[in-house]
Design a protein around this ligand. Structure first.
Ligand code: SF4
Length: 760
């Protein structure tokens, strides 16, 4: 029998600090996975459910977007995958009695961890105007309220339709179609907060905003550079791929302000050496770079490659690239002192890496938020592309770009049209297929949506999954903006803070999760997702839904669309909701690469989407070639007596979902309000180990944003930087502090000062 939801909330966040670990996974990960799964699901359901994760005919892990190998292992999941599945497949239920007992105000005082532990939502709930408690409501009444509020808007752009990366392809395609039929491109999504910078840089330089490598490429690489990423916690099965590459002779270099256990050593629990032995050493060279120093590092590498005999693949550059001369002139004149200041690295280490590069034929660069959430992230990723183009490391087996996506279908949602700046060709195809004129004016991304809510330009906020107020920056501003709305709607599986920060009226619409069976009059339905490497595959839940009457994401969108657009709208929403094959038939005609979708996705493992740069070294860019770019070398400036904060996840967390209060690999247990500071910086700033402080961020608007009561932890972070968990520190990130071009919040570069503890 599963363990009851915790009643008491850990009022006092009391983190204990021990030594950081030097290896990831191992027997402890197996124990922890089974323990948390058992607490949520009980023994029988645990075995039945985990056996179906990432398996053919099973369901896709609702965690990250790491791909499945051709032949999945019996236990093809990691510790954090098991946690994600257990949290969704939990036997705990939230009923109307729960909402009758707990007012919104009381729930708003609860931690995100406690809210998430209460279980699955079971019926639609309404928070009426001036009400203190949510109360049950019927689906049709709920859709009628949404239709009424949308009808009352002066313009369709008075609404914003947010998407979290867990949304399936079929739901995402139907959702964007509905929003565009309504007349708006206000389709912000979680990509706006994470890999938007990657998309912007890759579309400009290679013509495709996605990674160009497959799992097979990783296994064949000579050199893998992992920059600004912590796979041990955020993409744990990547460690299996790195281990396999390493055993095939690859060299692995990690570039990170923090030493991460998962990049140092991997104890693969699928092998004896990982369970009882010392596991596999992964990183051969660790560059402990200063926060935001990656542009300077790749610029310096490019300078060294240009200077080396035979360093440049001249044939590739001549045949496939544009803009080499301008780039080379800029790179050659790079100032070494500027590089050293920006990276904080000894020049010898940079030379060492350059030698490894010059010895390697097949190089892959993997990255995540450490590169994408800075003011200069787009130029940084463009410089990474320069680095790979110089030696022809695009469109060659074992080589390429590998932005590792966060949410399990975040890439798929974008492919399905969830984008506030859609391509004209996509809108043309939509118009041809559905016979209507889609809006052409660009819509609001996540940050712009918050500004629009704050300024009263958006009055209806609809979220397909996610936890918007916790995932976004400038928490106090965002929450105040949300409260300006007339109506906020959350399509969710579990309770979170975004249900408690509401418009004048609010709706919670419970939906099926990945693990849940989805039966319609047409029989069992499956959905599809696209992983970080462009593989599209099916996912079919097997568990009885948490309660009768819970609708799938597709059904919610289709019933809403009919309620809002009316009986005259020719789109066959009812057909879509009954048979997802009919949605896929439309996707096949609108989205490039999905021809014959229904047949191909039924093949074991699904299919790979085309990728011109990878498949044929064709680059659908403005020049028709791969573009070298000239990027102004820059790095964050930190005033004296301040540090640069990066927000990050603990090991017991997935995005804003908190599975537990430990961060095992970093030696932290029982609490989350900690700030990691280099001992030398701490000494200079008078920060005593174990003492408590307030963190206050500084920004050109002069507002002192405060995050109170953080325990100081002396930790081997790169000098000048500090680290703390989000969402607790999102309050420190100014709304207007965003990356150039991509408008992604600069969650990895917040200037902070420390003030005496004001208590929680
Ligand atoms: S690596 Fe990601 S997708 Fe795979 S099991 Fe773990 S969390 Fe899930």
């Amino acid at each position: 029998m599963a363990k009851q939801a915790p009643q008491s909330d850990p009022a006092q966040d009391a983190p204990k600090v021990g030594a950081p670990q030097r290896a990831a996974a191992g027997l402890t990960a197996v124990r922890q996975s089974l323990k948390l799964a058992h607490e949520q699901m009980g023994p029988a359901r645990t075995l039945a459910t985990l056996a179906k994760v990432n398996q053919q005919g099973g369901f896709d892990c609702p965690g990250c977007a790491w791909p499945e190998p051709d032949k999945p292992h019996t236990a093809e999941f990691c510790e954090n995958g098991a946690k994600a599945v257990a949290e969704e497949a939990t036997e705990r239920r939230i009923t109307r009695a729960f909402f009758a007992e707990h007012s919104v105000a009381e729930l708003a005082g609860r931690s995100g961890y406690w809210l998430g532990q209460q279980g699955r939502l079971t019926e639609p709930m309404l928070l009426a105007e001036d009400a203190t408690h949510y109360a049950p409501i019927g689906w049709d009444e709920a859709f009628a309220i949404i239709a009424e509020e949308l009808e009352a808007l002066a313009t369709p752009d008075g609404a914003a339709f947010y998407t979290s990366g867990r949304t399936s392809n079929e739901a995402a395609f139907s959702y964007q179609l509905f929003a565009r039929k309504l007349g708006t491109n206000n389709l912000p999504d979680c990509s706006n907060m994470c890999h938007e910078s990657s998309g912007s840089a890759l579309v400009e330089t290679l013509g495709v905003g996605k990674g160009s490598v497959s799992l097979k490429d990783l296994y064949q690489a000579d050199l893998i550079i992992v920059a600004g990423q912590n796979p041990g916690t955020n993409h744990p099965r990547m460690l299996s791929a790195l281990e396999r590459a390493k055993r095939a002779g690859a060299t692995i270099v990690s570039v990170n302000p923090l030493p991460e256990a998962g990049l140092e050593r991997f104890k693969n629990p699928q092998h004896a050496r990982g369970l009882v032995g010392g596991g596999t050493k992964l990183t051969d060279l660790f560059l402990q770079i200063r926060l935001g120093g990656d542009l300077a590092l790749f610029r310096a590498l490019n300078q060294l490659i240009l200077a080396a005999d035979g360093g440049v693949d001249r044939d590739f550059v001549a045949e496939h690239c544009h803009g080499f001369d301008e780039f080379a002139a800029e790179a050659t004149s790079t100032d070494r002192q500027q590089v050293l200041a920006a990276t904080g690295l000894p020049w010898e280490q940079i030379e060492q890496l350059a030698e490894l590069v010059l010895k390697s034929k097949k190089v892959i660069v993997c990255w995540a938020m450490g590169l994408t959430q800075h003011r200069h992230s787009v130029p940084t990723i463009r410089e990474v592309v320069n680095f790979l183009l110089l030696r022809g490391n695009v469109g060659r087996p074992g080589a390429g770009v590998c932005p590792v996506r966060g949410h399990s279908n975040v890439q798929g949602d974008r492919t399905m049209g969830i984008f506030e700046r859609p391509a004209a060709a996509f809108l043309d195809a939509l118009e041809r297929e559905f016979g209507f004129e889609p809006p052409r004016e660009h819509g609001f991304d996540a940050v712009e949506s918050i500004r629009a809510m704050r300024d009263g330009r958006v009055k209806v906020f609809f979220a397909m999954g996610g936890n918007f107020v916790a995932a976004t920056p400038d928490t106090e501003v965002t929450e105040a903006a949300m409260r300006q709305c007339r109506l906020t709607v959350q399509v969710s599986t579990k309770l979170n803070r975004s249900h408690l920060v509401t418009g004048r009226r609010a709706l919670i619409l419970p939906t099926l999760g990945r693990t849940d069976r989805d039966h319609t009059e047409a029989g069992g339905q499956f959905v599809t997702v696209e992983d970080s490497m462009g593989m599209v595959h099916s996912s079919q839940g097997r568990l009885r839904p948490p309660a009768p009457g819970i609708l799938s994401e597709v059904a919610i969108v289709c019933r809403l669309a009919r309620a809002v657009l009316g009986p005259a709208d020719p789109t066959p929403w009812e057909e879509f909701a009954t048979s997802y094959d009919t949605v896929r038939d439309r996707i096949a005609r609108v989205v490039p690469g999905f021809a014959d979708f229904n047949t191909r996705v039924r093949a074991p493992g699904g299919f790979a989407l085309p990728h011109g740069p990878r498949d044929s070294r064709t680059f659908p860019t403005a020049t028709g070639k791969a573009n070298f770019t000239v990027n102004t070398m820059t790095a964050p400036e930190v005033p004296a007596g301040r540090l640069l904060l990066q927000t990050l996840r603990s090991h017991d967390q997935y995005n804003t979902t908190i599975y537990g209060l430990d961060d095992r690999y970093r030696g932290i247990t029982g609490g989350r309000r900690v700030v990691l500071v280099n001992p030398l910086d701490a000494a200079e700033l008078g920060l005593t180990e174990g003492g408590y402080v307030d963190l206050v961020s500084e920004w050109r608007d002069g507002v002192a944003r405060r995050a109170p009561h953080f325990k100081v932890v002396h930790y081997p972070v790169a000098r000048g930087g500090a680290a703390a968990y989000y969402p607790e520190t999102n309050v420190l990130i100014p709304l207007d502090s965003t990356a150039e071009i991509s408008n992604t919040p600069t969650s990895k570069a917040v200037v902070i000062r420390f003030q005496p503890d004001s208590g929680v």
